[in-house]
Design a protein around this ligand. Structure first.
Ligand code: SAM
Length: 248
């Protein structure tokens, strides 16, 4: 099994990955970011949506939102949150390497470093191609991740994150001449320790821009934060946006 297929990783480390603090931040980003202000009723696809941290506030804004994820259990959690919040969204269990809904969306989002998971570089490019094919002409793809440049500013000693009843120790290792990294997580609760690790590609802005162009996107732009700031030395994230060409 590849690491991203392991449900225990995503649900076991939920307290860090899908924390109430992240939900609050995502709701604020969706409500305020100029990058996420789409025309009313836009059809939005949230690739790798997990438990719906972004899907739910997007649906709350009135967008016609669909979340896709590999893990049914995470999608069920997302659907339950939607039901509680009385908002409507659709959820599809699928692998993003395969999921395509031809021209069905105005916006495709890939949020919170959910990109670069596949060992074969062509499969990561395929995810962008699938986004492109799923967009109507004039539609846009936004990918949000920790880039090579932003990662370089904080990678180093292990970090400890407190969670209810314990803590998670996180250690990052750079691999293959800065092509990829491995993150090792150890969750300590009482007398038990649980370990998981994941290995991803890490991209510079230039590398990701080139992949967008290879997938067919034009007018590709990079941003350094959800307020739309430039991707410069102050950037906290890499957010790349590209458009599918409008037909004449
Ligand atoms: C870091 S989490 C981010 C989830 C969500 N975007 C968020 O902001 O909370 C990455 C998600 O990617 C999903 N995932 C991993 N591999 C996948 C694949 N091949 N196809 C679809 N989803 C996948 C995982 O199940 C997980 O929910």
């Amino acid at each position: 099994m590849d690491w991203y297929e392991d449900l225990n990783l995503w649900s076991g480390f939920s307290a860090v990955l899908f924390s109430p603090e992240r939900e609050r931040q995502a709701a604020e980003i969706v409500a305020t970011s100029p990058l996420l202000a789409f025309p009313p009723n836009s059809r939005v696809l949230d690739q790798c949506c997990g438990v719906g941290v972004f899907t739910v506030p997007l649906a709350h804004q009135g967008y016609r939102t669909t979340g896709v994820d590999l893990h049914t259990e995470l999608l069920e959690r997302a659907a339950a949150v939607c039901a509680d919040a009385k908002v409507e969204a659709s959820f599809v269990q699928a692998d993003v390497r395969e999921y395509v809904a031809p021209a069905a969306f105005d916006v495709v989002l890939n949020m919170y470093t959910s990109f670069g998971y596949f060992e074969d570089p062509g499969e990561n490019l395929q995810v962008l191609r699938n986004a492109h094919d799923s967009l109507a002409p004039g539609g846009q793809l936004i990918v949000d991740l920790l880039s090579k440049e932003t990662y370089a500013s904080w990678v180093g000693p292990p970090k400890i994150v407190d969670i209810p009843g314990g803590m998670v120790v996180m250690r990052d290792t750079i691999l293959d001449d800065w092509s990829r990294y491995r993150t090792d997580w150890t969750m300590v609760r009482g007398n038990t320790a649980e370990h998981s690790s994941l290995t991803c590609y890490v991209y510079s802005a230039t590398e990701l821009r080139t992949m967008f162009e290879q997938a067919g996107f034009e007018s590709v732009e990079c941003f350094g934060g959800w307020d739309g700031r430039p991707y410069d030395g102050e950037a906290t994230r890499l957010i790349v946006r590209g458009n599918k060409v409008r037909t004449a």
